[in-house]
Design a protein around this ligand. Structure first.
Ligand code: KG4
Length: 337
């Protein structure tokens, strides 16, 4: 089954063709990051407008790269939530038009389910049940993936997402948007141990996380140094910051593994590209004797292929939508459409 899949929830327009949920025939993507970098973050209206400009051309490109024509498309999948609402609406509207014109089923896909499904592309033998640590620009979740479309959130950030925290910390260090990758590169230049940054604890919810205190601590450090005319050791701060984020994420993911007795841990989302976090996950999973699945870097960030992968399993579960499908800025990951 060939699924033409659309992703437009933030600042990447992405269209892919995925066969039977596991084989990527094409994966076209156009990032707007350079444009938003001028403003230090994503400007929602610009994101929507850029999606409008790009999406039809990328669809043609995805079909051409896959070596198929519109007649070979068996279904259309699209991110319908969560994300910047104007941006998601562009993908949903376009996908509906394509499904209508081709007379094929329309499959709504939750963005984070898509991130998790990127692992099905990278690891052909991976099947639920497993636990997922989904860490992106807008979400930080520990998810029990009982089956392809049966998921429950076990832990979540109470405030900022891990990626958002990376982006804000990077900004005060003068790094470009999006800040995760430059922070990662900077952090690799130091072994850290210079800045004492807070680790949060959420009373009564051992799997929940919080990043706003850490973000504020880095902002305050930078502002204090500026006021006093002192130089910050940016590489050490990047390293200590990353360690603090990892200390928030990795032990909780491992605790969730213990509590559920799952034997497989899957990482997902843009922050899963971080080298320190990847290393810490590898070490922790080796100690615990559980299997770790780390998607290759190109499938950590937003892409269309992951939507095609999850779309296939949503289709098999009967989760298709009518042409009255709407888009949502927020949506619980456990919701089936
Ligand atoms: O999954 P993603 O591409 O988009 C969302 O669905 O949100 O995640 C984007 C986030 C950004 O905050 C970006 O700074 C962060 O992932 N990111 C990283 C790295 N690469 C991207 N964070 C830490 N280390 C990285 N290497």
């Amino acid at each position: 089954m060939n699924i033409l899949a659309f992703e437009s929830s933030c600042d990447e327009t992405a269209v892919a063709v995925v066969r039977d949920g596991r084989t990527v025939l094409s994966d076209a993507i156009l990032s707007q990051a350079d444009m938003h970098a001028l403003y230090g973050g994503v400007v929602p209206e610009i994101a929507s407008r850029k999606h409008v400009e790009a999406i039809a051309g990328l669809s043609d490109q995805a079909l051409a790269d896959a070596g198929i024509t519109k007649k070979d498309v068996d279904a259309v999948a699209v991110t319908y939530a969560p994300g910047l609402i104007g941006a998601v609406l562009v993908g949903v509207s376009f996908a509906k038009s394509v499904a209508y014109a081709l007379g094929v089923p329309l499959i709504p896909v939750h963005h984070i389910r898509g991130h998790i499904a990127a692992n099905y592309l990278a690891f052909p033998d991976l099947e639920p049940p497993f636990l997922a640590l989904a860490i992106s620009g807008g979400n930080t979740l520990i998810v029990d993936v009982r089956d392809y479309t049966d998921m429950e959130i076990l832990g979540a950030t109470r405030d900022d997402a891990a990626g958002e925290c990376f982006d804000k910390a990077a900004r005060v260090l003068g790094l470009p948007y999006p800040g995760g990758k430059p922070m990662d590169e900077l952090a690799r230049q130091s072994s850290g141990g210079k800045y004492d940054l807070p680790r949060a604890h959420v009373d009564g919810a051992e799997l929940d996380m919080s990043f706003s205190g850490l973000k504020t601590a880095v902002v305050n450090l930078a502002h204090n140094a500026e006021q006093k005319g002192e130089e910050l050791d940016a590489a050490a701060l990047a390293r200590d910051f990353t360690r603090a984020v990892s200390d928030e994420l990795v032990p909780r993911a491992m605790r969730a593994m213990e509590l559920t007795g799952r034997k497989k841990l899957v990482a997902a989302g843009g922050v899963a590209a971080n080298s320190v976090i990847r290393g810490d996950l590898e070490a922790a999973c080796a100690r615990a004797g559980v299997s770790l699945y780390l998607p290759p870097l190109r499938w950590c960030g937003d892409n269309g292929a992951m939507i095609g992968a999850q779309g296939y399993y949503e289709y098999l579960a009967g989760h298709t939508a009518g042409l009255d499908l709407n888009a949502w800025a927020t949506m619980d990951l456990g919701t089936n459409m």
